[in-house]
Ligand binder design. Structure first.
Ligand code: 6GU
Length: 240
């Protein structure tokens, strides 16, 4: 997969070259381009923003600068454009799975009060565009959202995780939160690991984990349980 990020703070994206994502780059599974939006400014002040029509606080990012930037970064190609914004559709594990199928993603990071809407509307005539939010809170800009989205997507690419089975057990992959995990020692600060996990009874372990996931989801995310289709519950689940 190729990922390009356009931002006025390229150094904000340096964590993308660390740890798991850095390894994905080294292995050739991820190609990453980070571009400074100011490259496409055209005045001595390198202005990227201006005051909003209609008044109000904050500044809006200028369409001419973004238009040139997207024309050059997307030249001769049709990537999927992702615009992080608190006004976007919610980013979910399902969307991560969908984005992981793409050959190329381009992220347009807005700051201030956002990007002139015509940039997004114009780009949408040439490529698929998604305005995406990572949650119901407001960040200063899209950069941290890009870190979040890229990490969630790239870990799903074949060959990135050591053990491909590990994302089959992720929270959300079955619509539930993942339950607790334990490792050695068997007793730590007077707390013992649940006996069932050391029983060797694989059916009992699977049942226990399923119950823990259901219970945790019930307490922390009742909205997820509500959204679960009946077909996602087995007859043993219903006893809870
Ligand atoms: Cl994607 N951007 C910004 N600036 N704030 C956010 C967000 C995105 N998602 C939640 N808050």
């Amino acid at each position: 997969m190729r990922v390009d990020v356009i931002t006025i703070f390229p150094e904000y994206l340096t964590p993308l070259r660390e740890a798991l994502l850095g390894k994905a780059i080294d292995k050739g599974l991820l190609e990453l381009g980070v571009h400074d939006l100011r490259r496409w400014t055209y005045d001595v002040h390198k202005a990227v923003d201006d005051s909003p029509f209609g008044g109000g606080p904050g500044m809006v990012m200028k369409p001419q600068v973004w238009g040139e930037a997207l024309d050059e970064v997307c030249a001769g190609d049709t990537p999927r454009l992702i615009v992080p914004t608190p006004a976007g559709r919610p980013f979910t594990q399902a969307m991560a799975t969908e984005l992981a199928q793409e050959r190329r993603l381009v992220f347009a990071c807005g700051r201030y009060e956002g990007i002139d809407q015509r940039v997004i509307d114009d780009a949408a005539t040439r490529m698929p565009v998604d305005e995406v939010s990572i949650g119901d809170y407001v960040l200063v800009g899209g950069e941290v959202a890009v870190l979040t989205i890229v990490e969630a997507v790239v870990r799903l690419l074949p060959g990135v995780l050591g053990n491909p089975a590990s994302h089959q057990q992720d929270s959300f992959s079955d619509g539930l939160l993942e339950g607790p995990s334990y490792t050695r020692p068997v007793v730590w600060r007077d707390r013992a690991v649940p006996d069932v996990l050391r029983s060797g009874n694989h059916a009992a372990i699977a049942r226990w984990r399923r119950d823990q996931a259901l219970e945790r989801t019930f307490h922390r995310r009742p909205d997820l349980l509500e959204a679960l289709p009946d077909s996602a519950l087995d007859k043993h689940d219903r006893k809870l």
